[in-house]
Design a protein around this ligand. Sequence first.
Ligand code: OGA
Ligand code: NI
Length: 359
Amino acid sequence: MDCPKGWPEQVVRVQALSDSGLMTIPDLYVKPPAERPSVGNGGDVTSDIPVIELGGLAEGAAECRATIRAVGDACSEWGFFQVVNHGVSPDLVARVREVWRAFFHLPMEEKQAYANDPKTYEGYGSRVGVEKGAILDWGDYFFLHLLPESIKNQNKWPALPSSCRETVQEYADELAKLCGTLMKALSISLGLDVEQLQTAFGGDAVGACLRVNYYPRCPQPELTLGLSAHSDPGGLTILLADDCVNGLQVRRGDDWVTVQPIPGAFIVNVGDQIQVLSNAVYRSVEHRVVVNAAQERLSLAFFYNPRSDVAIAPVSKLVTPERPQLYRPMTFDEYRLYIRKKGPKGKSQVESLKAQSVN
Ligand code: OGA
Ligand code: NI
């Protein structure tokens, strides 16, 4: 089951549409009314995702335990949290934002040299999914495989502009380290051995990808989305949100909560693979992005994924008579083909694993 080589329709860069100064967006980007970001459906912030001081992990035993508990509670109740005091240098964060902002501001012909295709998705893209006639999102992106090293070296990062390489490598190393720490905290908070989640992910051969999202200004933000509702297919996501412009909304029951990023924080969320491994103790929660007419928005999503060829299934300790195994095993290679073909579709994929679950 492979993805096709080419896109089903001519690729239109959302940035080019936005820059053309059009006053109404093409029908292709107009969402059905139920999916639009209407007032009262995400506008009011009455609560916000938990904020966790990660420095607590390096403090005394009591502090460390409390921090791990806070991480666990956030993963089961929200599926999302912000981390501060995470150890990644503010200077590096500023530089990585800067290189990607500069990339998206290059002339279009230069960016086109990195145009991607649905076979690997690596490079400059403007859609996820290959269904002809699908309603598209108001955003462009750059997608990159960072780990395992073997993949990166094989391809020699053909898709990565040289101006970005050093900074992206440095950023990837730091974020992989942060994910390693979070995986330990999640493992302990689930009552597992400290390395158990990481081992289930395939040990040292885990995968990591970067998706740099660029959401241009939109003349009719009330009709569309920068990124449709989806859950992240992988393990953990570390989002570096825009430092000025909000846009990320997280599902909370029937509501959408707009995240207010704290300066210097990362936004962490549980992906489908952790939901599966934890037998749904931890939740991969739907989220989406709204756009606006006044300002563009840039975000970097770092995805920490299981090794692509190991079967991911609920860990046996979390399968009990009261909580039977909810999901059947699947490799991440197989799993991610779904979003790569169909595009962002809420939580339908992880739900489909459930429907066919072992009993
Ligand atoms: C993603 C994502 C959120 C954002 O790339 O999967 O959810 O704020 N991004 O751009
Ligand atoms: Ni996401």
